[in-house]
Design a binder for this molecule. Sequence first.
Ligand code: MN
Ligand code: MN
Length: 292
Amino acid sequence: MKNDKIKKAGKIAKEAKEYAKSFIKKDMPLLEIAEKIENKIMELGGKMAFPTNLSINEIAAHYTPTYNDETKAHGLLKVDLGVHIDGWTADTAFSIDLENSEENKKLIEASKKALDNAIKKAKENIRTSEIGKAISETIESYGFSPIINLSGHEMKQYELHAGITIPNFDDNKNTIITKGLYAIEPFASTGNGKIHDGKLSEIYMVINSKNVRSPIAREMLDFILEEYQTLPFCSRWLVKKFGTKALIGLSQLTQNENLHRFSQLVESNDAKVSQAENTILIDEKEVIITTE
Ligand code: MN
Ligand code: MN
């Protein structure tokens, strides 16, 4: 039952990813790209596990368009999308070069190959550091650096980042992979392999359901708890539901510490970053890539 939901979420994520690859072109508004992907996910019977991340060049992750975003697709674009069925998630990402740049293409190949090599290693009882080693060795063989302060992660019901993390380098730890659901996500960069917090993103998550005085904020919090539970969501979705007064509600909820507002994750030297990600289900017999 649970595994059927995991597989269904994976299949929808795969289809949404293939669809995204078929229509994304340079200069297309990011807002349009995000909405097409998210509409496709819902049309296929899934729900979003998080807002579609559309991060360009040195932004490694956590950029999702505002409700009135005018940014156009360009550069090295990372598309990271998530689907859930009753809280069972699929998390997958790919990168696309919109500049016909040899360096971008090589960066994209490096993270993709690192993902393939990492998945080959992944099985029950292996050390997560061995997966990390496969990732860093692959990316370094292309002359790039893995981002070491981003990592893959275990996923549980309505919990996108749970339990075990999977490093993008050999961290020398003895953490052992157990049966479960994991996202593996190598990032390759022309920089020194670190990201830091950039500008605030439009992505939020509930951290506390305590009471809030403002009636609109209260109404929004009830909606968020019902609709997204503990999964991330974005301002765009709430503007769609409540109009632009949602922006005031979000800032009240953040101030009252009901919500955490994520930051964009930016490469430390503003160097370009590529990403590849798939979700795998590990049980005693086999490893299934759910998003491919
Ligand atoms: Mn992801
Ligand atoms: Mn992930």
